[in-house]
Write a protein that binds this ligand. Structure first.
Ligand code: URP
Ligand code: ZN
Ligand code: ZN
Length: 467
């Protein structure tokens, strides 16, 4: 690599480390040597001069091939992982879903079938739990043995994915006993549904009402409540897609009290705001996602949260629906617009540009929030999330100078199978050039070299199991 690019603005808080010039030798799937001027013969040599060589990104929150909002997310396990790879992500943790009343293990089988043999990069699963009677609690132990060591539960979407507080408590207790982690969609969906009913009764139909009916206080309440339940149930908690200052305050308060809670935010909450809902006609539907986009001032608070580690990871919550035909299901009413937006390919460039180039974080923090922290939170470390001897050779060669304009019309920034970009027209500096997945060169100079070969990754426990 050449000149360090990060500004010192954030590096006064966290010392730089792991930032050096060296050669990396890969044997098969693993890194076997790292050193200056390695004298060793190799079948292939990649010259990474003037580039950054970083651990492949880990996106711990994607929804490929997911039934939601009366349709299916537009990327499946072929197109989604391919798009992720082009953007510098070498591992995703997607969400398998338990059909209400059925076995979670059956849900896992379904997601294995969806993904098997299709993905270009490695993938793992969290399990979405939609009900958990006592008779099924034992399944959670079996899931952990299958490498599913985290579970997502929803306080939002009543009648769909929502579970009540009793279910939360039961699942939290079991997850804690098993040494696993809970992922929480924290929003008071019951109250939000009442607010939605009021808006509908007043005749409101436009996309902007999605945002207007989901107050930040209802996210903060969900964060507070889930932390309280997790504290009593003794389980490590991970708040997904945290969007606003109100919710972040609850995380900070709990962490000050020593509670084991970490939180994720997403590029959409760092770069987009509620003004997108004001776009002409139905256009705002492109950004109908949950939690909704917030007032712009929240973004500074989220960046601060990343700097001081109250926010630990940046995931995409990639859940794409085409504007034509899918988002248009909600032409008559905002309540029918499928919730979710694309972004799996744009994460690394957006965060490098907004974080490192614009001086909000140094290079090490960039690697942490896009890769290492997720690996540590979800039992993938040190196999993934770092460049070290013995680890999987998941490596991204990143051009820190290259500029691109993100657009659905730019094939370099949009291999996703969706007809719009949530970041249309954003100019970014910093772009993925070459990608290795377990030693295989899957993307070279922005060209795909291999079709498939990604594998399911069994994850380790994330807490201490009580046997
Ligand atoms: O709008 C979103 N976030 N859709 C995906 C489902 C979820 O809540 O993560
Ligand atoms: Zn969610
Ligand atoms: Zn999600």
């Amino acid at each position: 690599r050449s000149t360090p690019l990060y500004s010192s603005a954030a590096s006064d808080v966290y010392k730089r480390q792991d930032d050096y010039n060296a050669d990396i030798f890969i044997d098969g799937e693993k890194i076997t040597q790292i050193g200056k001027n390695l004298e060793i013969g190799a079948d292939k040599v990649i010259d990474a001069s003037n580039r950054l060589v970083i651990p492949g990104g880990i996106d711990p929150h994607t929804h490929f091939d997911m039934p939601f909002g009366g349709t299916m997310s537009a990327d499946d396990f072929e197109s989604g992982p391919r798009a992720a790879a082009f953007g510098g992500t070498t591992c995703v943790i997607d969400f398998a879903i338990q059909t209400k009343g059925e076995s979670t293990l059956k849900g896992l089988d379904t997601w294995h079938e969806k993904a098997d043999g299709k993905a270009l990069i490695d993938y793992a699963f969290h399990m979405i739990i939609t009900d958990m009677p006592d008779s099924r609690l034992g399944e959670m132990r079996k899931l952990a043995d299958e490498g599913i060591t985290s579970y997502k539960l929803f306080m939002a979407y009543p009648g769909v994915l929502y579970v009540d507080d009793g279910t939360l408590y039961r699942a939290f207790r079991q997850a804690g006993d098993n040494g696993t982690r809970i992922c929480m969609h924290a929003e008071n969906g019951i109250v939000i549904d009442e607010i939605i009913k009021e808006a509908v009764a007043d005749g409101h139909t436009e996309p902007k009402w999605h945002g207007l009916t989901r107050p930040t206080r209802m996210e903060a309440e969900g964060v507070y409540r889930s932390i309280a339940i997790a504290e009593v149930a003794k389980v490590p908690l991970y708040i997904v897609h945290l969007s606003c200052s109100d919710a972040l305050e609850e995380v900070k308060r709990a962490r000050m009290r020593g509670i084991d809670v970490i939180a994720e935010t997403c590029p959409q909450y760092l770069f987009l705001d509620k003004s997108y809902y004001e776009k002409e006609g139905f256009e705002g539907a492109k950004w109908v996602m949950t939690p909704a986009l917030r007032e712009k001032w929240n973004q500074d608070e989220l960046w601060q949260g990343l700097k001081f580690r109250d926010l630990e990871t940046i995931a995409t919550d990639h859940c794409p629906f085409c504007f034509k035909e899918q988002k248009e299901l909600g032409l008559e009413s905002f309540t029918k617009i499928p919730n979710g937006a694309p972004g799996v390919e744009n994460r690394m460039s957006l965060i490098y540009n907004g974080g490192v180039v614009q001086g909000r974080m140094d290079l090490n923090r960039f690697v942490e929030v896009t890769s290492t922290a997720a690996a540590k939170a979800f039992g993938l470390f040190p196999k993934k999330g770092t460049i070290a001897v013995g680890t999987d050779a998941d490596i991204v060669i990143f051009d820190p100078e290259r500029k691109e304009t993100i657009s659905a019309n730019n094939p370099c920034t949009h291999p996703m199978r969706v007809d719009y970009s949530a970041y249309e027209g954003f100019e970014v500096q910093g772009f993925t050039e070459t990608v290795l997945s377990r030693g295989r060169v899957i993307i070279e100079n922005n060209e795909q070299k291999i079709e498939k070969g990604g594998q399911f990754v069994k994850r380790a426990l994330t807490g201490s199991r009580l046997d």
